[in-house]
Design a protein around this ligand. Structure first.
Ligand SMILES: NC(=O)c1ccc[n+]([C@@H]2O[C@H](COP(=O)([O-])OP(=O)(O)OC[C@H]3O[C@@H](n4cnc5c(N)ncnc54)[C@H](OP(=O)(O)O)[C@@H]3O)[C@@H](O)[C@H]2O)c1
Length: 316
């Protein structure tokens, strides 16, 4: 490890950060070494990271004081917050502020902030096309991340703002996979109409982040987007049908219907899909697949992701 630059990785036991830790460890000649941050250094995932060669350090994003030792002596940090653990934009904002403040105090040379759009810049609160949620958000889990960008900018943290994409892995872990409709058919349900959905294998987010660190200062101060593909619901359903050997159709519901599905976060996600549908040229345009491949030559297409993961997709 001597002489290697330390990258402190928030969310190292999770999907985005885990991908980055694995990408650094897989590159034996890397100039970097990962410091995996977790609340529980004794979890199975944390122990596996330590066994694979990562330094593992305890941290709690809700406790800014715990971040000091976690960032001390590091060259850079990958910062991500997990909205879905608490469903609180205010808590996500506070965690991001803690990250920016401690990154500045620690003198980090390069931070990647895993962000998303503050959709209120496109869809102000008085725009009635979609409901306002929690009093001051359109897409709470997007808006809080985008709003939090200013902490990094205002505090002068050398930051690359990384716009991520919908994970194809949501088909496995987030309840976004095929469901059986009342008529008995299997269908993928999204309120995207005929517009494409920017998406990617979550493992590729970490690999792209590694590519960003390897490019030095090139993207500091910039907002960059990544995706593995832009597929319509029909194209995704066709690829799923081929991979699974079962007929799966695309069930294009309206955002109103999606918001009313009743699961936790349905309104937030309904608004999110509507934002992606209604501002589709912007949304897909800023998430360039070839650019992502230049950061990560192993970037997977949906078909490649399906080849690896099709057996994990739960079918009703
Ligand atoms: N699903 C999608 O399609 C998608 C697309 C783009 C962006 N996102 C965003 O991605 C974020 C989640 O990232 P992910 O999918 O990589 O998460 P994940 O796999 O669910 O893992 C969450 C990670 O966050 C860490 N963590 C959570 N709270 C923490 C705290 N208070 N202090 C320290 N660490 C904490 C956990 O570490 P320990 O438990 O080990 O402490 C874990 O490593 C969400 O905010 C979501 O909005 C999701």
């Amino acid at each position: 490890m001597a002489g290697k630059k330390i990258i402190a990785v928030v969310g190292a036991t999770g999907a985005q950060g885990g991908g980055l830790v694995r990408a650094i460890l897989a590159d034996k000649g890397s100039a970097f070494t990962p410091r995996a941050l977790t609340r529980n250094v004794n979890s199975e995932k944390a122990k596996a990271l330590a066994a694979a060669g990562a330094e593992v350090v305890a941290v709690d994003l809700d406790d800014a004081a715990s971040l000091g030792p976690a960032f001390a002596g590091a060259y850079g940090a990958f910062c991500v917050t997990n909205y879905w653990e608490h469903f609180s934009p205010e808590r996500e904002l506070q965690q991001a502020e803690n990250l920016a403040r401690v990154a500045k105090a620690a003198g980090l040379e390069h931070v990647i902030w895993s962000t998303l759009e503050d959709t209120r810049k496109w869809m102000p609160l008085d725009d009635t096309r979609m409901p306002t949620l929690m009093g001051k958000y359109k897409v709470p889990h997007f808006d809080a991340k985008g709003e939090a960008d200013h902490f990094f900018r205002d505090m002068g943290v050398p930051t690359t703002f990384l716009l991520t994409s919908f994970y194809w892995d949501n088909l496995i872990y987030f309840g976004s996979g095929p469901q059986r409709l009342p008529d008995g058919t299997l269908a993928l349900t999204f309120p995207m109409g005929d517009k494409p959905l920017s998406a990617m294998a979550v493992e590729d987010i970490g690999k792209c982040a590694y590519g960003i660190f390897k490019r030095g200062r090139e993207f500091i101060g910039k907002t960059i987007g990544i995706a593995g593909g832009h597929l319509t619901g029909s194209q995704m359903a066709a690829a799923l049908s081929r991979a699974l050997g079962k007929e799966i159709r695309y069930n294009a519901v309206t955002p109103e219907v999606y918001r009313g599905l009743g699961f936790p976060g349905a309104e937030d996600l309904g608004n999110m899909f509507q934002f992606k549908r209604d501002f589709n040229d912007y949304y897909c345009g800023v998430r360039n697949v070839e650019f992502a491949r230049s950061l990560n030559p192993e970037l997977q297409s949906f078909e490649q992701w399906l080849d690896k993961h099709k057996d994990q997709i739960p079918l009703p």
